[in-house]
Design a protein around this ligand. Structure first.
Ligand SMILES: Cc1cc2nc3c(=O)[nH]c(=O)nc-3n(C[C@H](O)[C@H](O)[C@H](O)COP(=O)(O)OP(=O)(O)OC[C@H]3O[C@@H](n4cnc5c(N)ncnc54)[C@H](O)[C@@H]3O)c2cc1C
Length: 377
């Protein structure tokens, strides 16, 4: 069997890998991407129609420059590919005054001079009568926020990369990534490749393919639910924003209805631990659906009880819920982004650029110190 050689191999073609493939191919490198599944599949962490993108990042202000670059790149992707992947809806973020959500949004906004409105409960009720707010809530609204069409983002990145000369090998399982003196060798169940440099974006499978992350990442099962909703109140076209609530039962988020499936809602907190991502239970759990119904009945009381769909996806959590973006300790020719902890998709356009920089020995334009693997040593 002939071994094919490339300047770069990108392992995994989901959110991270598709964007990296695009950036490397656009720079004129000989690059190939490998994935176990077809492009934009529903077996990993990048499916389910939509992903939130927001700028005043409550999780940490260090993410803001990265998400600002991602906004630019998503817009550029839409123009280059000829179809929009980002829809601006604005986002309501609501929680207790002493909680982490609203205080975190305001801290990021202050540090980066971002435009965020802080509303009283009565102002919020007047403006969005279709939402339920309690007297104790603190509410902020950010206009520069909305959703990305997740599968279309992945396929647009891959298609543009292919048009720029990238090769893709799908339906092949990567079995081994082996460092040799002159090359990095990658074995799959069907073929063997070598490359000068390798980038990994293998999502929920990082524990298998990145040995230094084996004990750090916990994979969680995360269901998404859709419900019928009155378009006059809850559709994107009627001006309904996206939303994120911090409640006593955890964080919940969702999207205005934008297709025939209705309004999508999910619980960000919690989730069952998954030992083997290939065997994750994709069946509907009525208790989980009841939980999001309960959230809707308080905070979006006009949404119907009538479910229209559900799907199951996976979060790859690090102990502090921040990403790991680094070079392999064992071989500096191997770089990766992993442990995106359930909030990484919005960044993937920018992460692809960062990983392409790291792999090609250019300096990324961002301070990545928050994301180093050595913080866990
Ligand atoms: C329900 C849910 C809701 C979310 N909501 C948001 C949100 O609103 N906003 C946001 O920013 N983020 C959100 N996220 C997080 C975000 O979607 C993920 O962080 C991101 O999609 C992860 O991308 P990835 O490239 O790391 O993983 P993936 O997209 O899963 O890609 C990994 C790829 O590697 C391939 N692979 C792995 N191992 C092998 C192997 N051995 N051989 C061959 N191929 C392999 C897989 O097949 C897969 O295609 C959400 C995630 C979930 C699950």
């Amino acid at each position: 069997m002939a071994v094919q050689h490339f300047d770069f191999l990108v392992l995994g073609l989901g959110g991270v890998g598709s964007a990296t493939l695009y950036h490397l191919a656009s720079r004129g490198y000989q690059v190939a991407g490998i994935d176990r599944f077809p492009i934009a599949h529903d077996r990993g962490s990048s499916h389910g129609h939509t992903r939130l993108i927001r700028q005043s990042y409550f999780e940490h202000p260090a993410y803001v420059p990265l998400v600002q670059r991602a906004f630019e790149l998503w817009e550029q992707l839409g123009i280059e590919h000829g179809r929009d992947v980002y829809y601006e809806t604005g986002i309501i973020e609501c929680g207790p005054k002493d909680g982490e959500l609203v205080s975190g949004v305001l801290a990021s906004a202050a540090q980066h001079n971002l435009d965020v409105e802080h509303l009283s409960v009565s102002q919020a009720r007047d403006r969005w009568p279709q939402f339920g707010f309690s007297e104790h809530d603190s509410i902020v609204y950010e206009q520069r926020a909305g959703f990305l069409l997740v599968e279309q983002c992945v396929s647009a990145h891959v298609e543009l990369a292919q048009w720029a000369g990238a090769e893709t090998f799908c339906d092949q399982t990567i079995l081994e990534v082996k460092s040799e003196s002159n090359v990095v060798r990658v074995k799959t169940n069907k073929a063997e490749f070598t490359a000068d440099k390798v980038v990994l974006g293998v999502g929920a499978w990082a524990r298998d393919l990145i040995p230094e992350l084996a004990d750090l990442i916990t994979v969680l099962r995360k269901p998404l639910h859709w419900f019928q909703a009155d378009d006059a109140l809850y559709s994107r076209k009627s001006g309904c924003p996206s939303f994120l609530f911090e409640t006593e039962a955890g964080h919940y988020y969702g999207f205005p209805s934008s297709d025939c499936r209705g309004l999508k809602v999910a619980r960000h907190s919690g989730g069952e631990v998954v030992s083997d991502p290939l065997q994750v239970d994709r069946t509907l759990d009525e208790t989980e659906r009841e939980d999001v119904r309960k959230f809707l009945s308080v905070h979006l009381p006009g949404v119907s009880n009538q479910p229209t769909d559900h799907t199951v996806c996976m979060y790859s959590m690090t102990p502090d819920s921040h990403f790991v973006i680094d070079r392999s300790q064992a071989d500096g020719r191997i770089v990766y982004a992993a442990g995106l902890s359930g909030h990484g998709f919005k960044f993937t356009a920018a992460l692809g650029e960062v990983l392409a920089d790291m792999a090609s020995e250019e300096s990324p334009a961002f301070d990545l110190s928050l994301f180093q693997r050595c913080r866990f040593d």
